[in-house]
Write a protein that binds this ligand. Structure first.
Ligand SMILES: *[C@@H]1O[C@H](CO)[C@@H](O)[C@H](O)[C@H]1NC(C)=O
Ligand SMILES: *[C@@H]1O[C@H](CO)[C@@H](O)[C@H](O)[C@H]1NC(C)=O
Ligand SMILES: *[C@@H]1O[C@H](CO)[C@@H](O)[C@H](O)[C@H]1NC(C)=O
Length: 412
């Protein structure tokens, strides 16, 4: 009986390999996905629009749904992110590289709502690559209850309105001072957006990122193949320690094109066309262990592998990695705002205590939208970041220790 099963399995593999040349991708992909399904015990979600009241915010989850429709939770990866409408010029270049589901939370209080909605409509109707936006992007809106928009139409009605596509896109050349939220002195509730976008993901795996960070093309199929080959095999019947898959981050000069592969990146790092992300602002926040070795390692194959494993312990206690994780990773602290900075630190602390391993991928990375940022922090943000520091040390740290416990070397 057993032998028969083995023969059948072997035949199956043989068939897979024989047909591989014709429809290689699909066959291999099905195999990977079934493999992953056995390890990742996730449940498919209903894909529906909801209105929720959340702390002091109204949340319109899946206000605009992607045309891909419902997805099986283990067979894809969702890029989850947040923005105000000034950043929507990033959406298409990001999708051109990502080509997989994207969950986008937009903060749109008061009079910011209409131009935000118009920007999304413009991208869906007028952009030359509008099909990518319609197919892949789920859009959520949130705003403070004290700062409601004038009108919030039903999504169906909103989507029917035809924009004038000869007019410029509504998100172009908008200054921060023009925003309703700037005039009303509202902070940007970054972590509400991050948690919302992640909670709305239909897939178990997520890349929670900032909208200006573009991944290497082909990352999702490569990641799923890597996970099936390298992770599932290792963990049959062994309990998993929590793990996430880190992408290193780089910046390129404004006049350069973005590297698509690691050899291209290596060439640009040597010529000075590319540098480490935020090298001028907070190098320790992005370095992580063995950066030099990672940069200098020759690329032997197209496949993804883990280059090295890091922990968020000294001397890397300031590391703020961006990674492919899951919807079950610790949430972001919603009291922390963008203006206050250190907005990812509490999540990093929780992950440290929980013993998360940060597996750094070798052949994939993120590139910031071209243009290298200089060190500059407006005085308002300095004051607010002191306020955040004291909130973290007074209250949040105590709560985190209560919730997650402590561990030697984990600091905030
Ligand atoms: C559409 O926008 C263009 C450019 O702003 C403008 O010239 C044209 O009159 C607009 N058309 C309509 C029907 O509003
Ligand atoms: C993920 O979903 C998108 C949208 O349906 C699809 O185009 C893409 O091929 C999927 N990726 C994989 C690896 O199946
Ligand atoms: C970009 O500008 C830098 C400095 O101004 C120059 O050295 C470099 O060659 C330029 N790169 C390209 C691709 O034009």
């Amino acid at each position: 009986m057993h032998r028969l099963l083995v023969v059948v399995l072997a035949l199956n593999i043989l068939i897979l390999e024989v047909t591989a040349s014709s429809s290689y991708d699909e066959q291999r992909f099905d195999w990977d996905v079934q493999n992953i399904r056995r390890l990742v015990k996730c449940r498919n979600k209903h894909y529906k629009s909801t209105k929720e009241f959340y702390y002091n915010y109204w949340v319109l989850k899946n206000y605009i749904k992607a045309e891909h429709g419902p997805l099986s939770c283990y067979s894809n990866v969702t890029y989850t992110t947040h923005a105000d409408y000034r950043y929507l010029d990033n959406l298409v270049p990001l999708l051109e590289r990502w080509r997989s589901p994207l969950s986008l939370a937009l903060y749109a209080p008061g009079d910011d709502f209409q131009p935000t909605l118009d920007s999304i409509l413009w991208l869906r109707q007028c952009h030359p690559s509008s099909h990518l936006v319609r197919e892949l992007t789920s859009v959520h809106f949130y705003f403070n209850v004290e700062h409601l928009p004038q009108v919030v139409p039903m999504a169906k009605v909103a989507l029917q309105r035809q924009l004038n596509c000869s007019a410029p896109s509504p998100y172009e050349n908008v200054k921060k001072e023009q925003l309703y939220r700037t005039q009303e002195k509202l902070d940007y509730p970054v972590n509400i957006g991050r948690n919302l976008a992640r909670a709305a993901s239909l897939t178990h795996f997520v890349l929670a990122s900032d909208i200006e960070l573009y991944p290497t093309p082909g990352l999702v199929p490569n990641f799923l193949n890597f996970f099936s080959r390298k992770v599932v095999g290792r963990h049959v019947n062994i309990p998993l320690s929590p793990m996430v898959y880190v992408l290193r981050i780089f910046e390129v000069r404004a006049n350069e094109t973005m590297p698509k592969t690691k050899p291209e990146l290596q060439k640009m790092l040597r010529s000075g066309g590319a540098v480490l992300f935020h090298e001028n602002i907070c190098a320790e926040c992005h370095q992580g262990p063995k950066l030099e070795e990672w940069i200098n390692e020759p690329v032997a194959s197209q496949d993804l592998n883990v280059f090295n494993v890091g922990y968020r312990l000294e001397p890397h206690e300031l590391w703020e990695p961006i990674f492919i994780g899951t919807v079950d990773d610790p949430p972001y602290d919603e009291r922390l705002s963008w203006e206050g900075r250190r907005d990812k630190m509490t999540q990093a602390y929780a992950m440290c205590v929980l013993g998360y391993e940060f597996h750094i991928l070798d052949n994939a990375f993120l590139v910031h939208k071209p243009g290298i940022k200089e060190a500059y922090l407006p005085i308002g943000r300095v004051i607010q970041s002191h306020r955040t520091d004291s909130l973290i040390s007074r209250e949040i740290f105590r709560e985190l220790r209560f919730m997650y416990g402590s561990r030697k070397g984990c600091i905030i």
